[in-house]
Write a protein that binds this ligand. Structure first.
Ligand code: PMP
Length: 393
């Protein structure tokens, strides 16, 4: 029952009302009602979590570890994360004060924004980007400011583009490499070029490196590993992608102690802790699972190579994605918007992709194709895309 003095239109906060629903959902809802669909739409691994990881979680339940963990996560897991990050990415984080286990990387982004933003603070979001960034900035009271990238520069952001977007309200910048949706990443040299502008304007950097392990052509360099950057970086990481654990809802955030303490404050009031049984699985994944990560990575790489070659063969311009599991070809030559193209492809050829426009500035004119699906599906999808392109000629 709504009390009589409450007007219906006051039920929702202005902040939430201002947020647009995700553009991805509409396509999935359409696709889920159709048969014989090949989906290149979803952004998740096609592997099931390796058995020993599942078993470790099951075993923790059998042994009765069903209580809350420490708010920041199991100490053993934080220690393992700290060890893993140093081994793999040469960054050092103290498990006591600089590591927080979160409910997915998503929570890390959310509490990071809420920890640093006051009303009206601006966050530069380099786009095309993961669809959650701008809404999470807004929900924390901030203002997202887009900086677009383009296929001409392999979707890499430049220091001058960032500098142009900076105002006296700019507090932070959101980077993601390897990137969703473009698959583009930044090497050490390209990252170093951003350091000066970030220091000059005293910005906090959100570095979403959830796809770090899925970097195909060179070794991933963490933003926090760059000289002087650790103290201004909120490093977002997680188990969903490389460890094939999307449904476990487990990630972690690494940050200097003052920022981490603020995030922990929010986390402990809103969530208490990440699920304990998932944490036991993650512990096993870090201890024994890196060979499988490598095996899955090689499999994605093979599919990446196939997709890039195939797009070229059917005449679609596509930069070579260096990481993650997405290709972002241009469909500009068809004269259709990305949304119209994706809708036609779904209705006429039964292939689900995501229109580039939903990923913000620089996304229009492209479609996001996740290649985390079987080779058989990929081959059929390419044939079907080609059939549509032939008809559109
Ligand atoms: N960041 C990026 C770039 C992503 O693509 C995703 C998932 N699509 C996330 C964060 C969220 O990951 P999680 O499942 O760990 O919340």
């Amino acid at each position: 029952m709504i009390p009589s003095h409450t007007k219906q239109n006051n039920r929702l906060s202005k902040r939430v009302q201002a947020i647009k629903p995700s553009g991805i959902r509409r396509f999935f809802d359409l696709a889920s009602k159709m048969d014989n669909i090949i989906s290149l739409g979803v952004g998740e691994p096609d592997f099931v979590t390796p058995w020993h990881t599942r078993e470790a979680s099951i075993s923790s339940l059998e042994r009765g570890f069903t209580a809350y963990s420490a708010n920041a996560g199991l100490m053993e897991l934080r220690q393992e994360i700290s060890y893993y990050m140093e081994e793999r990415f040469s960054v050092q984080y103290d498990p006591e004060t600089e590591v927080l286990v979160t409910v997915g990387a998503s929570e890390g982004i959310d509490i990071g924004m809420r920890a640093i933003l006051d009303e009206g603070d601006e966050v530069i979001v380099v786009e095309p980007s993961f669809v959650s960034y701008a809404p999470l900035v807004e929900m924390a009271g901030g203002v997202p400011v887009s900086v677009g990238t383009s296929i001409e520069h392999d979707f890499k952001v430049t220091a001058s583009a960032i500098e142009e977007a900076i105002t006296d309200k700019t507090k932070a910048i959101m980077l993601c490499f390897p990137n969703n949706p473009t698959g583009s990443t930044l090497n050490r040299e390209e990252l170093n070029e951003l350091v000066n502008v970030i220091e000059k304007h005293d910005l906090i950097v959100f570095s979403d490196e959830i796809y770090a392990e899925l970097t195909y052509d060179h070794k991933h360099v963490s933003f926090a590993a760059l000289p002087g950057m650790k103290n201004r970086t909120i490093l977002i990481q997680g188990f969903s992608k490389a460890f094939a654990m999307t449904g476990w809802r487990l990630g972690f955030v690494l940050a200097p102690p003052d920022l981490l303490a603020a995030m922990l404050k929010i986390h402990q009031y809103s969530l208490m802790c990440a699920p304990t049984m998932a944490q036991f699985g993650a512990l096993e994944a870090l201890r024994q699972g890196l060979d499988e990560v490598e095996r899955m990575k090689q499999s994605y790489k093979q599919r990446r190579n196939f997709v890039v070659k195939s797009f070229a063969e059917i005449g679609l311009t596509c930069h070579r994605p260096e990481g993650a599991f997405y290709a972002f070809p241009s469909i500009e030559k068809t004269g259709l918007t990305s949304e119209a193209f994706a809708e036609k492809l779904l209705m006429e050829e039964r292939v689900a992709v995501v229109p580039g426009s939903v990923f913000g500035q620089g996304g229009e004119g492209h479609i996001r194709c996740s290649y985390a699906t079987s080779m058989d599906h990929l081959e059929q999808a390419i044939e079907r895309i080609d059939a549509l392109l032939q008809r559109l000629k």
